[in-house]
Design a protein around this ligand. Structure first.
Ligand code: GDP
Length: 372
């Protein structure tokens, strides 16, 4: 039952991603396997089922929640005879649509080419089929080699370009001097931009879609005449494609070089604890897990999953845990200063500001010991 809850959540998230990319989802397919089929990811019976559905309903695309190997992708396209997207490709597509600065666009383009390179043969197979197959192999192979070379050149070029911008950004960061730097981190869609707007009175783009924030935004914030810099970073997500972790290195550098992390959590989301774990995992990966941190549990105005189902009253069922209980649990279990707020209604805002103020002040004083 718990496994099924998880599965539903994963599929909900995938559907949300698909929606963000501009697709409409008409059906979900799931399958229990001890491990994915090395050839086609799903079993052949399931593939047949999907194929029939696709044919009957004139479906344009089938999306998988995992990254498929190049050969799985190829085999699935052959079996289902429709465009196949995997999770990585979908996320890359969303990033591509939303990249606003030339830096973000360069990062996404690099990630896309890195994804494409090992999958080039797939396009060739298509070509072969279209042109009738036999006899096309010679020129086709050459074409692929040429394409590969072009793409490799493009990858080196993009890497160079990113290096140059990285250096510029590093200089900019150094020039910001000794002002305390705080970075908002958190799962995607938890309310980081909304909080940033509320704190900095700026107008950062906030919408109920995944990855509304692609580029980092830095704003000056003043609480009780103590100024500090606040950075809004790209939202973290489960199974973030490795190509993206790599190419968004410098976005993540903002996090790595921050003095204080403000970890925002969406308490109204049923799997907020998994989200916390995913974020902490990425913080570990970029070696930023030992920084001072504040936990902000957001969206308390929208907290409603206690007693959702009247008949489900088992004590361990999280549906029966009240907000007060969550507060108590987290206040005692979190080793970081913790606050429960609503960025929308500004509930407990003063309490949160006081927390941030105290933490920023600690860092500030350690940096300017002779100030007082
Ligand atoms: P980000 O991806 O973490 O930057 O999240 P956003 O700031 O873009 O917010 C995502 C969605 O959550 C938007 O629709 C916000 O209006 C909404 N949101 C943010 N804070 C709150 C809150 O405190 N309560 C409620 N109910 N919604 C919120």
């Amino acid at each position: 039952n718990q496994d099924e809850d998880k599965l539903t959540e994963y599929m909900d998230e995938l559907e949300f991603l698909a929606l963000t990319a501009g697709a409409t989802v008409v059906k979900r397919f799931t399958q229990k396997l001890t491990q994915p089929d090395p050839k086609t990811f799903i079993g052949s019976g399931k593939a047949q089922e999907v194929r029939d559905f696709v044919k009957e309903n004139e479906i344009g695309t089938v999306i998988f929640d995992d990254e498929l190997s190049p050969s799985q992708l190829k085999n699935l396209e052959r079996e289902i005879e429709v465009k196949i997207l995997d999770r990585t490709n979908l996320i890359l597509d969303i990033f591509a649509q939303r990249a606003q600065t030339s830096y973000a666009r360069t990062q996404v383009e690099l990630a896309q080419y890195q994804y494409l390179l090992p999958r080039l043969t797939r396009m060739w197979t298509h070509l072969e089929r279209q042109k009738g197959g036999i006899g096309m192999r010679g020129p086709g192979e050459t074409e692929i080699e040429t394409d590969r070379r072009i793409i490799r050149d493009r990858i080196s070029l993009l890497k160079e370009k990113l290096k140059t911008i990285d250096r510029q950004m590093a200089t900019q960061r150094t020039n910001r001097g000794k002002v305390v730097r705080a970075a908002l981190v958190g799962y995607t869609n938890v309310g980081k931009s909304t909080l940033m707007n509320a704190l900095a009175k700026s107008d950062v783009f906030a919408e109920n879609k995944l990855f509304a924030t692609l580029d980092t935004t830095v704003r000056k914030v003043v609480i009780g005449n103590l100024p500090f810099l606040l950075t809004d970073t790209v939202g973290f997500i489960r199974k973030l494609p490795t190509q993206l972790v790599e190419s968004f290195k410098s976005t993540l550098d903002e996090v790595r070089e921050a003095d204080l992390l403000i970890h925002v959590v969406d308490i109204s989301h049923e799997s907020f604890e998994d989200h916390i774990a995913s974020v902490n995992q990425i913080l570990m990966e970029i070696n930023a897990h030992q920084k001072p941190m504040i936990m902000i549990f957001n969206k308390i105005d929208d907290f409603s999953y206690e007693k959702k189902e009247e008949d489900d009253l088992t004590p361990e069922s999280r549906k029966n845990i009240s907000l007060e209980e969550w507060e108590k649990t987290w206040m005692s279990k979190s080793k970081y200063p913790t606050v429960f707020i609503s960025a929308l209604t500004k509930q407990n805002f003063e309490q949160m500001k006081k927390l941030i103020y105290d933490e920023v002040l600690k860092i500030h004083i350690s940096r300017f010991p002779y100030n007082d």
